[in-house]
Design a binder for this molecule. Structure first.
Ligand SMILES: *[C@@H]1O[C@H](CO)[C@@H](O)[C@H](O)[C@H]1NC(C)=O
Length: 80
């Protein structure tokens, strides 16, 4: 019972912040990266940027955001 309560608590805690991150602009979206990510995993979760380029995943997208600070923003999830 105690474990279940902890899991519910964690789920409630994580989910709203995830929604916030996706609802915000590029800075909020990439806020988990305090600096340009040096190594990106190869997981496939496409992100479309405002430069109309499709990035393989959030890490690659956020790296590009860091390299084009101010000019590249999050557009949508998935392919452009
Ligand atoms: C991206 O595509 C949209 C829709 O086709 C277009 O309006 C916009 O100018 C394009 N942006 C860039 C940076 O190419």
């Amino acid at each position: 019972m105690k474990t279940a309560a902890v899991i519910v608590f964690l789920a409630l805690g994580i989910f709203p912040s995830f929604q916030d991150a996706t609802a915000q602009d590029d800075k909020g979206f990439c806020s988990e990266y305090q600096k340009p990510p040096s190594v990106c995993t190869k997981d496939f979760h496409q992100i479309c940027g405002t430069d109309n380029k499709t990035y393989s995943n959030k890490c690659f997208f956020c790296k590009a955001v860091w390299e084009n600070l101010g000019s590249l923003c999050f557009k949508q999830e998935g392919e452009c």
